[in-house]
Design a protein around this ligand. Structure first.
Ligand code: HEM
Length: 535
């Protein structure tokens, strides 16, 4: 009876308190705002902010963002509706500045690069970088400078690139073996190109960092084992959520609640990645300490052996662990996404596929497989890759850049702390820049004088590696992976769609990602002995 009456009391209390919940939340938000006031007035305040939707007090345009199916699509639609090429959307206290025009993009990343060289601090980047110990995710400062210098000088230098040649080639051979073996599968030679490309990227970076392809037993046919599938899936989950407009990044007072579930998903994915990486890293550090390892064979060895001015280890274990995860993330998505789309587009326009195959036969011949030394001569292949980057970027936006002080860009006031988002989708498809923007037309990237095509796009008419302080340090490795992947697939095999299943080019509703994996038939096109590959 007493239990019943206390139940009644708590029900009465609940029905009394429920209508006041919204006021309670607004109260917390107001306290939050008082804790984090807007930046103080500066002389730039006479300039207007870029055009944008009217924000609600305190919460800004968060309600509209939350009621949309996809935040990037909502932002792009706003920009389109306002007929502008730069906008300002207020999410909580943060000014988010989407940009779809290359001249403006160059203002941010070239002319005022010094001001826009920071990154946002967020739940996801803090978690993945173990408290900003890495490069991509760390705000501008001493830690970022330390890590970027190590990448440029010790891991990605031309000499180190040369040193790692054989490891990359082993994986390029493994890719061909994997596709070649599909002839023997009981699906009539069907190849899931997404699996082939994602695991090629995963295999190469695992080989470079850990000197191994497999975490577990591995497989004879070069295909990924269960451990590698779990590892690569977890990396892609992190990539999907790392800059995914998490509500609490704009309303820090909601951080403890994990309202959109992003924290739980990211924690789970990083746990999986750490489960594979941490034991290898810990054992290797021990081996170097005990003197049972003395030969430098991979990036992990390099990282463990780096010394500071006092001959002490330059990197802490946390720095090594977080930087390794970040290097995996940085390598894995662009090659797989861009090459899967490129092959799908080329199969849709067979004359393009024929032209690429002709170039390969001319440069490489039919008696051997493509080698890295062929890359400078494969201009049509590189033009196809550029076209795929332009039309099918691996994400809706470039990694955010943060304004380190108030400034003016193109007569608009950009307040300190603004998040600048160069739109990968809308830069590449901007009709003022590109004729027939939705058509896959590699010829537009060939040069009249026949000179070398590069994947770098320094004018930011679309995004590949960008430029400036925050530009990608992995241009050479990235270019090598991309060209080898597409060139080996096209040179080694003829590709046809299975009967009654034509190739389609549908995008997901949420972004520029291919809705369905490309699953097509591969037939070897070179003499059999060319495929007898080293293990
Ligand atoms: C495969 C093709 C690749 C593409 C298309 C690519 C593209 C990019 C882009 C667009 C950025 C952001 C630049 C900006 O903030 O403006 C970036 C940053 C970065 N990339 Fe790459 N990347 C690739 C491969 C790699 C590889 C192989 C590595 C190293 C293993 C790497 C390491 C990094 C790092 C460390 C940063 C952060 C730079 C900084 O914040 O200072 N990337 N990359």
């Amino acid at each position: 009876m007493q239990a019943f009456s206390s139940q009644m009391q708590s029900r009465a209390f609940l029905s009394f308190i429920l209508p006041f919940w919204p006021y309670f939340i607004i109260f917390i938000i107001l306290i939050q705002t008082l804790k984090y006031p807007h930046s103080s007035p500066t002389p730039f305040r006479k300039h207007r902010l870029p055009p944008g939707p009217k924000p609600w007090p305190v919460i800004g345009n968060l309600p509209e963002m939350l009621s949309s199916k996809s935040a990037p699509k909502w932002i792009h639609q706003l920009v389109k509706n306002m007929n502008t090429e730069i906008a300002c959307i207020k999410l909580g206290n943060v000014h988010v500045i989407p940009v779809i025009n290359p001249t403006l993009a160059c203002e941010f990343l070239k002319k005022q690069d010094d001001i826009f060289a920071s990154r946002p601090e967020s739940m996801s980047s803090g978690l993945v970088s173990r408290g900003y110990k890495t490069t991509v995710l760390s705000p501008y400062g001493e830690q970022w400078k330390k890590m970027k210098k190590i990448l440029n000088m010790d891991l990605l230098s031309p000499a180190k690139h040369q040193w790692l040649h054989d490891k990359r080639m082993e994986e390029a051979d493994n890719l061909v073996r994997y596709v070649y073996m599909s002839q023997n599968n009981n699906e009539g030679g069907l190849v899931n190109v997404r699996i082939a490309t994602q695991h090629y990227s995963g295999n190469v970076i695992r080989k470079i960092i850990f000197n191994r392809r497999y975490f577990g037993e591995g497989r004879e046919d070069g295909a990924p084992g269960t451990e590698e599938i779990e590892h690569v899936d977890a990396l892609f989950t992190i990539l999907r959520y790392v800059f995914a407009f998490c509500v609490s990044d704009y309303m820090p007072c909601l951080r403890a609640l994990d309202v959109d579930g992003h924290k739980r998903i990211l924690k789970n994915a990083t746990r999986i990645v750490n489960k594979y990486h941490d034991p290898i890293i810990e054992q290797r550090i021990k081996q170097w300490k005990e003197g049972t390892k003395a030969e430098t064979e991979d990036w992990l060895d390099v990282m463990v052996s780096l010394k500071d001015a006092n001959n002490k280890p330059l990197l802490t274990i946390q720095e090594i662990k977080s930087q390794i995860t970040e290097l995996m993330l940085a390598t894995i998505d662009n090659p797989s996404n861009v090459v899967e789309w490129a092959l799908a587009e080329m199969m849709k326009q067979p004359e393009i596929l024929d032209k690429a195959t002709e170039e390969l036969d001319q440069v490489v011949g039919k008696d051997r497989l493509v080698e890295e030394s062929d890359i400078p001569k494969l201009n049509y292949i590189k033009a196809c890759l550029r076209e795929s980057f332009r039309l099918h970027p691996s994400d809706s936006f470039n990694v955010p850049h943060v304004a380190m002080r108030d400034t003016v860009v193109s007569n608009y006031f950009i307040p300190k702390g603004s998040h600048v988002l160069l739109s990968r989708v809308e830069l590449g498809r901007n009709p003022k820049v590109w004729e027939e923007p939705h058509k896959f037309k590699p010829e537009r990237h060939l040069r009249d004088d026949g000179s070398n095509v590069f994947l770098i796009e320094a004018d930011l008419r679309f995004i590949t590696f960008t430029t400036g302080k925050r530009g990608c340090p992995g241009v050479v490795l990235g270019t090598t992976l991309l060209v080898m992947l597409l060139a080996r697939l096209i040179h080694g095999f003829t590709w046809t769609a299975p009967t009654n299943q034509p190739v389609e080019l549908l995008e997901l509703e949420t972004g520029p990602f291919k809705a369905h994996p490309l699953v097509v038939v591969a037939k070897p096109r070179l003499p059999n002995e060319v495929y007898s590959l080293s293990d």
